[in-house]
Ligand binder design. Structure first.
Ligand code: GLC
Length: 740
């Protein structure tokens, strides 16, 4: 349809039809032979209201989507097709590494490929829009949803968000296998006080614009068709009813004119926040804020008609929202083809196909971060006695809790793959203990926990057996980690340690064998002090996805040389949190960690620096950086002016490898304080053993802009420092000046 026909359609619709378009319901409202069930009564839906809804979430399967689409279109006077939306966060059925791991690849191209796989599998299963990417900047590891983010840095976040939007949406939404992207959660959901999910967010507008909005902006500029509101308050106003945030900032300043959808019941929660007396007031505030789709609450449907009659709301606000929704449906081609790409035959052909598995394995391999290695890795391919001891040894569910469609039967465990892939060694495989204590209760979806040892006695016996195996081994590989249900939504923790039983297992193995390699499965930075003191190597594999086990095996035995670099700092202790590299000097900087100056910004009991900094990542080879040079040391204010930075990087080790060369810039003085350094560019550089390449970056004036004392986004003349290296602590620096 063209825009004129869409406008005519909107004009011809009754108010009841229009309000239906604003409502998004869970798929369980349409279950086979569905009747008016509890949720509907709880939501106060009228008898035929559910079929009037404009979109449905959490439904998949070509035939299931087609069935529900038919029900909805038949019931509606203008037979308007519904949107089907689902959380395809990092893979549909062939699961990619969690986004925090994808951020560690520093490889937007591979992230794009992973999103393409997710788009294709979800599109043939009837999905039209995914509730991803999550672009929330995350600096607080206590927050469970850091696993869904790509970390603490706004530039890396922006590059990853852009790659995911492009990967999901392809060139055109109507193209086969394209699904719409939904950038979330707007805004600054990643900064809840205390790291406690859904909690209050307090930050200055300057920090909001400087640090938290760039990644959402990148997603919008990449063409994201939708944005989702966040649960949190900003400036003590819940985002879903925050007119300034949604109209002045998102629409006017950031230029977003797509569909704005609330998070789950977030409009209804305005009452819990204490900013709306009732559903009617919540609906009024959200409509004024310009939220188009109300996900799983009924404030619009129950009150807008009355608000219009009372002159509280102009019907044109409703028309605006309806037009944005109809426009999205039109861009997806749903009026011509309401089923879009849903195809049972193609579900069979594409889901979990070899090409998809290979893509996700490569993404996994690139996401692994070698945190420590004294040379014990890579393992020898033959002639060794290797004991695998840890709760992740035999686990197949290596994906995050946001893998709604995943089935662990699609994956193999380390115990399955290692002997087949590297059969020249003698292996033993034992879990040693459960991931979490037997009586741990998790609630919410996907919340079943399989315990290998269902009593404390059985677990103690397992540890004793494991220690016996460790005694006889040349090397002990310990796959340890968080349970997947310890991460994700509503999974905030006040402590950042591995589960006690796993630390006990590590300690007791260490008593009999010091050749320990820890393979770490987790969805957030953890306090690894006790692991670091006992392991000769630590390989961070996060939540690696469907092909995780084979990717880990390839890495342990050197077929894959790890190249990941941390997307988020690992604190010494939760007491340091939030800790991030792009902090400010303060008036009393501590300077050297070794300095014992008293009156400076420091902890008495901890260092200021994290245990592992942003950008950190080792390799099986060694990289050496030559002198950094600039082709000139003065930049003018003209946008086209460029300073070229170049640095020779040499692989001076014995094996080929890939280095992530990072360039940071410090604005030494500004009209407001400026971070001690900010990531401005990075490049993955493949180097054969002995090879040297000159790596080049460009510095331009727009890269130096920030929100100045008057909140103008501009650059300021003065001196700048450039740091180039393999992590955020790189010291090699060179100066340049920006002149008026
Ligand atoms: C959840 C999440 C959001 C998700 C939505 C739909 O509460 O906050 O990220 O997309 O509901 O499942």
């Amino acid at each position: 349809m063209n825009q004129q026909e869409l406008s005519k359609l909107c004009h011809d619709m009754s108010l009841e039809e229009k309000l239906g378009q604003l409502l998004q319901l869970e798929g369980f409202f349409f279950q086979e032979g569905g009747v008016m069930t509890g949720p509907e009564q709880r939501m106060g839906l009228e008898e035929n209201e559910k079929e009037m809804c404009g979109s449905v979430l959490n439904v998949w399967g070509a035939n299931n989507v087609k069935r529900i689409q038919d029900i909805i279109m038949a019931a509606q006077p203008h037979h308007i097709p519904a949107l089907f939306m689902l959380d395809v966060i990092h893979g549909f059925r062939t699961i990619a590494p969690a986004p925090i791991a994808q951020g560690c690849t520093f490889d937007p191209k591979m992230i794009y490929e992973g999103a393409r796989v997710a788009a294709k599998e979800s599109a043939v299963s009837g999905v039209h829009v995914t509730f991803a990417p999550m672009a929330d900047l995350s600096r607080d590891a206590r927050w469970g949803r850091v696993m869904e983010s790509t970390g603490e840095d706004k530039y890396l976040n922006s590059m990853c968000t852009r790659a995911m939007v492009k990967g999901f949406q392809g060139e055109n939404l109507a193209d086969p296998y394209s699904v719409g992207a939904c950038v979330k959660h707007f805004a600054a959901y990643g900064l809840p006080e205390g790291g406690r999910d859904y909690n209050t967010v307090e930050l200055s507008n300057r920090t909001l614009f400087e640090d938290y909005l760039p990644a959402y902006q990148a997603g919008i500029e990449a063409g994201a068709c939708s944005v989702m509101t966040s649960f949190n308050t900003l400036d003590r106003i819940p985002s879903s009813v925050n007119e300034w945030l949604m109209r002045d900032v998102l629409r006017d300043k950031m230029g977003f004119n797509g569909v704005l959808i609330s998070d789950y019941n977030a409009i209804g929660e305005a009452m819990k926040h204490g900013i709306a007396e009732d559903a009617k007031e919540a609906g009024k505030l959200a409509m004024k804020a310009g939220v188009d789709i109300e996900m799983m609450s009924h404030c619009y449907g129950s009150s807008i008609k009355e608000l219009i009659a009372e002159g509280e709301i102009d019907e044109e606000l409703v028309d605006e929202a309806v037009m944005r929704i109809l426009t999205l449906k039109n861009e997806l081609g749903l009026f011509e083809n309401p089923y879009k790409d849903a195809s049972e035959a193609e579900e069979i052909a594409y889901i979990l196909c070899k090409k998809h598995r290979d893509t996700m394995r490569k993404l996994s391999e690139e996401s692994f971060v070698l945190l420590e290695n004294d040379g014990i890795l890579p393992l020898k391919a033959k002639g060794q006695k290797i004991a695998f001891i840890g709760p992740y040894t035999k686990k197949q569910d290596l994906h995050s809790v946001w893998s709604i469609i995943a089935d662990e039967k699609d994956s193999k465990s380390l115990a399955d793959v290692v002997p087949k892939m590297f059969g020249g060694n003698k292996y033993t495989f034992e879990s040693g203990c459960n991931t979490v204590e037997v009586d741990t209760v998790f609630n919410g979806f996907n919340s079943t926990v399989a315990y290998e040892y269902d009593t404390k006695e059985a677990e103690e016996a397992a540890i004793i057996n494991a220690v016996e195996s460790a005694k006889k081994a040349d090397v002990v590989v310990m796959p340890l980690g968080e349970h997947r249900l310890q991460t994700g939504e509503a999974a905030s923790y006040g402590e950042l340690k591995l589960p006690e039983k796993q630390l006990e297992l590590l300690n007791r193995v260490y008593e009999v064998n010091h050749n320990i390699v820890v393979v770490l499965f987790n969805g957030r930075p953890l306090d690894l002090r006790s692991v670091k003191s006992k392991a000769k190597a630590i390989l961070e594999v996060w939540l690696p996805g469907t092909e995780g086990a084979s990717a880990i095996a390839n890495t342990l035995f050197g077929k894959n040389n790890p190249s990941g670099h941390l997307s988020m700092s690992f604190p010494y202790s939760v007491g340091q949190v939030p800790v991030h590299y792009d902090s400010f000097s303060t008036g009393r900087p501590k300077g050297e960690e070794s300095s014992n100056v008293k009156f400076c910004s420091r902890y008495i009991d901890l260092p200021n620096t994290p245990l592992y900094p942003f950008g950190h990542g080792l390799s099986y080879t060694k990289f050496k950086y030559g002198e950094v040079s600039l082709d000139k040391d003065t930049l003018t204010m003209t946008e086209s002016d460029v300073i070229e930075v170049s640095v020779p990087v040499t692989n001076c080790g014995e094996v080929d490898g890939t280095e992530v060369v990072q360039m940071y810039i410090q604005d030494v003085k500004g009209s407001v304080v400026r971070p001690v350094r900010e990531l401005k560019a990075f490049e993955r550089v493949e180097l054969k053993a002995g090879e040297t390449k000159i790596v080049r970056f460009a510095i331009t004036e727009p890269m130096l802009r920030f929100y100045d004392i008057r909140m103008n986004y501009t650059s300021e003349a003065g001196m700048f420092k450039v740091f180039v290296g393999g992590d955020s602590t790189c010291e090699m620096e060179i100066k340049f000046w920006l002149n008026r």
